[in-house]
Design a protein around this ligand. Sequence first.
Ligand code: ACO
Length: 427
Amino acid sequence: MSDKAILEFGGSKYEFPVVQGTENEVGIDIKTLRGSSGMITLDPGYKNTGSCESGITFLNGEKGILRYRGYAIEDLAEKADFLEVAFLLIFGELPNQEQLHKFHEDIKHESHVDEEMKKIINGFPKSAHPMGVLSSLTSALIAFNPTSVDVASEEAMYSAIVRIMAKFPVLVAWTMRKKMGLPLEYGDDTMGYVENLHKMMFKRPNKEYKMNRVVIDALDQLLILHADHEQNCSTSTVRIVGSSHAGLFASLSAGISALWGPLHGGANQAVLEMLEAIAADGGDTNKFMAKAKDKNDSFRLMGFGHRVYKNFDPRAKILKKAADEVLGDLGIEDHILDVAKGLEKVALEDQYFVKRKLYPNVDFYSGIIYRALGIPVEMFTVMFAMGRLPGWIAHWREMRLRGEPIGRPRQIYIGENSRPFAAMNNR
Ligand code: ACO
C-alpha cells in the first residue's frame, strides 16, 4: 500500500501521508491541506473525519466488533464487573486484585457529596428532566471541588478521576430520588460499586434494603455495555470541551447534555415510549413501520440504525438475550418485550431497513431491562450516563495526556458578501 495520498486540483498536486492504525484502519493525514492548498474539507456530521488517534476502544461497524482496550465486549460483559471495566478503560489494563481494591477504597473515601448540593437539587421542580438535573449537578460539583487538575501530575489526575467516580453515583441516585420524592441519602461503603449505586437509588426510608443478585448483575452488564463507544457525539463533546482546558467535571457536564438528545443516548427513553405507543395503539407494527419509511413524516424507528454499525450492534445482541433472561429470572411478563421482538422481526425483513443496513442498536432492548429493574423511563438516559462515565473520563485523560490542540473546526461561509451598513430607516 502506498503511504501517500495525492489530491489534484486546479492544475496542482498535493501529497498527504497516510496513517494506519493497529487494526489496519487507514486515514489521510490532512494537517497540511489548508497551508499548502488553501482548501479545507467539508464533512457535516464528521461521517468521514477522524478527530484523533485513540487507543481506548476499537469498533468495526461492518463486522459488528466492539473491544475495550483490545478485550471483546462479549467477554467483558460476561466475565468482568463494571469497576474493573472502568479501570481498564481509564488506565489501559485490567486491574489485578490489589489495584482494584485500592481503586475501590479510594472511591469509597471520596463518596460524600457536600450537603450544600442538596439545596441545589431541591431548587429544581420535581418535573425537571433528570438529564438536565444531572448535567447541572455535575457542573455544580465544580464549585465544591474548585482546584483545577494539574494534568502533568498523574497523582492529581488520579485524584480527580476517583472523586468523580465516587460522587457521580450519588448524583445519579439523588436525581432519581428527587423525582420520586424520596429523601436524599448517602451510600453504604460496605457494598460493591454497583450494589451501592442500586441501594442508593432504591432504599426506602421505612424498609430494609434487600439485594437481588439478578438485578445487580443485570445493572452491572448494562453499565459495562454502555461504558465506551469511541468518538460518539457525547464523547467527542467531552474531548472538545476538555481541549479548551476546561476541567474534567465541566467537560463531563457538557457530555451529559450531548447524550440527552433522542438521536443519541435519549433514544432509550424514546424507544420505550414508542413501544408503549405501539402497544396502546393495538400493536400494529406495520403502521409504525410505514410512518418510519415515509419521508414526509419525521417519525423514525427509535433504537434502529447506527452511524457506525451497518451489520449488527454486538451490544444489542447481548441485550436481547439478557432481556429474556432477566425478565425470566425476575418472573416478569412484559408485553412490551413481545412488541419489541415483533417490530425487530418485521424491520429486519423490510427492504427499506435491509437496504439502508438499519439494525437494532444498544438502546432497542436496554429500556426493557431498565423497566424490569424498576427504573423509571425518564431515568434511562441517566443510567446510560452512569455507564458512559468511565469512557468519557478515559477520553478526557487520553486527550490531555497527548496534549491535543484545542478543537476548532473550520467552515465554508455561505452568507452575504460585504455590504454597507443599513440605517434604521432604510431597512
Ligand atoms: N428509522 C427510519 N429510517 C432511518 C432510521 C430509523 N431509525 N435511521 C436511519 N434511517 C434512514 C434515514 O432516513 C436515511 O434514509 P435516506 O438514505 O433515504 O435519506 C438513511 O436511513 C441513513 O440515515 P442517516 O440519518 O443518514 O444515518 P446517520 O448515520 O446520520 O444516523 C442515527 C444514525 C442517528 C442513529 C439514525 O439511525 C437514527 O436516527 N436512529 C434512531 C435514533 C436512535 O436509535 N439513536 C440511538 C443511536 S445509538 C446511540 O447513540 C447510543
